[in-house]
Design a protein around this ligand. Structure first.
Ligand code: IPD
Ligand code: CA
Ligand code: CA
Length: 271
């Protein structure tokens, strides 16, 4: 990061924190109203829109020539544009926010020419800011996250995160995903992709797999994982306008074992 990007990082850190505090206050003081987007699992609240506008306006006021890609009102942005692109998920885990006010996050990333400069994932209720910066250690509230030591190298010892939606989709593609999950040490699922990815970065989870994420779900956590020595891969689903297959893990050996149960859609250079 150069001098200007350090300034952008400091600005983004405070902005993300403030957005989280606003969300917490809204949850306390307002009635949260929801609208279904594509299904009962895919909802939006007024607070998603409010926070996205708050973040986008603050960014564009300071950096008017930058681009925005965000879930609710800035879907047309593109990560791979030349120059700076800010990628926002104003509330990741909206169902959690609405239902029980925990395990939701504000996710904000800055990309330059398609590569991450930094990523911030704010776990609002636990008050933990996960941060990742190009060429620097990832951290949680400023405390360095350890480099991932590849210990859990077999599925038998792995903690794997995957949603029911992903299981259903992979099964419908003929994959024995239940065979895979019945052989792991534990299956966990939070319902907040950015925080599950932070759990891969901090070593709590060994692997995260999804067939149902977008760039804004993974953009900020990507650099956190990479700077910890982990791997995150994604590829666009054909005909699904921006929807991605994504996976994150620390052990290539574990990934190779998992691939026996997964569709052949992933970049193969890792093996
Ligand atoms: C969703 C959550 C969920 C994941 C979905 C995402 P949202 O984000 O991260 O865990 O399974 O794929 O769309 O809609 O709450 O921002
Ligand atoms: Ca999301
Ligand atoms: Ca969201």
């Amino acid at each position: 990061m150069d001098h200007d990007e350090k300034k952008m990082y400091n600005f983004a850190y405070t902005l993300t924190q403030t957005a989280g505090i606003k969300l917490k206050l809204e949850r306390k003081n307002s009635t949260i109203k929801i609208k279904e987007k594509t299904s009962q699992m895919d909802i939006v609240t007024e607070q998603d829109i409010l926070i996205e506008k708050y973040l986008a306006c603050a960014i564009l006021e300071k950096y008017s020539d930058h681009n925005i890609l965000a879930e609710e009102c800035h879907k047309d942005g593109c990560k791979n544009k030349k120059g700076y692109v800010w990628i926002i998920d104003p509330i990741d885990g909206t169902v959690n926010y609405y239902r029980f006010a925990r395990d939701y996050a504000v996710s904000l990333a800055l990309y330059r020419d398609g590569r991450p400069v930094f990523g911030l994932v704010y776990d609002v209720e636990n008050d933990i800011m996960y941060s990742g910066r190009s060429k620097l250690d990832s951290a949680a509230n400023g405390r360095k996250l350890d480099k991932l030591h590849v210990k859990k190298e077999s599925l038998k010892k792995a903690v794997v995160s995957m949603s029911i939606r992903t299981m259903k989709e992979l099964s419908s593609m003929g994959m024995d995903v239940f065979g895979m999950l019945s052989g792991v040490q534990a299956h966990r699922y939070l319902g907040c992709a950015s925080l599950e990815l932070c759990r891969v970065a901090n070593g709590e989870y060994d692997m995260f797999i999804s067939s149902n994420v977008y760039e804004w779900d993974i953009a900020a956590a990507r650099i956190l994982i990479e700077q910890c020595g982990g791997t995150i891969i994604s590829c666009e689903k054909t005909g699904k306008a921006g929807k991605l297959f994504a996976a994150a893990f620390h052990s290539p050996k574990l990934w190779k074992e998992a691939l026996k149960y997964l569709p052949d859609v992933w970049p193969s250079h890792l093996l």
